[in-house]
Design a protein around this ligand. Structure first.
Ligand code: HEM
Length: 360
């Protein structure tokens, strides 16, 4: 198995530039994008064309039903992909349940405690649906990437092609490594830029990715240190007053939306919030205070198509971070457990898996 640091470096060095169309119609998800993106070795735009052509339809059809019931789940799935990719790459490791007696797993790390339980259930449900049609050929990490894309598209954002062919990792990261790889909401822009540069993101990518906060919610504890003991002078006064009602104390356990203008719509209003000093986290608001990112925020606030274009490029980069492909990793039968820990379940699948596995 390739070690994570080698894989990260490898990603940065990849230079097989492919020219493809990013914004695609709902019926033809994986057409070639118009922008130029380095495609990680082993990934392709048509990876399941023969082995599971229904995979993308299964994900989209099911998520349409899920979001009809609760559009908030879209935000949970988008965040799950981000947390997967930033910690030892997009290898589905965040999905792995650790042993109850062990030293703790990726899911135990503080930032992961607020991932939605339901997001994990949705991914496992999608995995079973795909398995029923195609056998064990589609990885959990690919399912998470597709679910994130559909979360954006079905919330009104851009629809885009996702390179596929990731394998699932065999190990998860420790809570400390996880914490070190996921930026904190109280970081300032310069810290965030520095941290993300090590993963190959430029300032435009960083501002675009932060636009993921155009949907979803946060718990009070992720931002109350901007309210107590002293109020962050940058924060809009009325906004601060409203937040104090939702979160009367430093450790209140309420929640509030990330984008006050259109919390469930994937649009560019998050950037309008920032221009009005109504960004929830320091890591958001400081993008408008910091000179290297301020103009990018403004450009996205005035031009939604530009935001969509840059978001798709940044997500495509993020979705390829340190991916495992080819003979590395595995395709999990159950997204929450690696296969060797899961022999009984595997045995029950053997009949319909034999054919599909022979391709690998
Ligand atoms: C740049 C650094 C980032 C920081 C510091 C950050 C921090 C956070 C925090 C603290 C929360 C709220 C957790 C809670 O209290 O419940 C959150 C929520 C969220 N984040 Fe980020 N995030 C970052 C980047 C991203 C990226 C790159 C994406 C996706 C492209 C993203 C998507 C989301 C979404 C959709 C939610 C809402 C989740 C839900 O409603 O369940 N974030 N983020």
């Amino acid at each position: 198995m390739v070690i994570p640091s080698a894989r990260s470096t490898f990603f940065l060095l990849i230079s097989s530039l492919l020219v493809v169309s990013s914004l695609v119609s709902a019926e033809n998800y994986n057409q070639e994008p118009e922008f130029t993106v380095p495609l990680a070795k082993g990934l392709s735009w048509s990876f399941y064309e023969n082995s599971c052509p229904q995979a993308e339809d299964i994900v989209r059809t099911q998520l349409k039903k899920v979001f009809k019931e609760d559009i908030g789940q879209a935000a949970g799935l988008l965040r799950l992909h981000f947390h997967d990719c930033f910690v030892q790459g997009c290898d589905g490791s965040v999905l792995l349940d650790g042993s109850t007696s062990g030293p703790g797993d990726e899911q135990d790390a503080i930032p992961n405690l607020t991932l939605r339980k339901k997001a994990f259930e949705i991914v496992n449900d999608l995995r079973q649906r795909i398995h029923k049609k195609c056998g064990r050929v589609v990885s959990c990490s690919d399912i998470v990437a597709l679910a994130a894309r559909d979360s954006v598209a079905l919330s009104g954002g851009p629809d885009y092609a996702v390179p596929l062919g990731r394998k699932d990792g065999l190990t998860f990261a420790t809570p400390n490594v996880t914490l070190a790889n996921l930026p904190a909401p109280f970081s300032n822009a310069s810290t965030i830029l520095e941290a993300l540069a090590t993963k190959g993101f430029d300032p435009t990518d960083v501002v675009a990715l932060s636009g993921g906060h155009t949907i979803g919610i946060s718990h009070c504890t992720s931002f109350t240190r901007r309210l107590y003991p002293t109020q962050d002078p940058v924060m809009d006064k009325t906004f601060a007053k409203d937040l104090k009602e939702i979160c009367p104390k430093l450790d209140s356990n309420g929640t509030t939306v990330l984008d006050i203008r259109s919390p469930n719509k994937f649009d560019n209003k998050y950037y309008v919030d920032l221009m009005n000093r109504q960004g929830l986290f320091t890591s958001d608001q400081d993008l408008y205070s910091y000179k290297k990112t301020k103009d990018i925020v403004t450009s996205f606030a005035v031009d939604e198509s530009l935001f969509y274009e840059k978001f798709v490029i940044a997500m495509t980069k993020m979705g390829q971070l340190s991916v495992l492909t080819g003979k590395n990793g595995e395709i999990r039968a159950n997204c929450s457990a690696r296969n060797s820990d899961n022999q009984a379940y595997l045995a029950s699948l053997v009949d319909d898996d034999v054919e599909s596995l022979s391709e690998f």
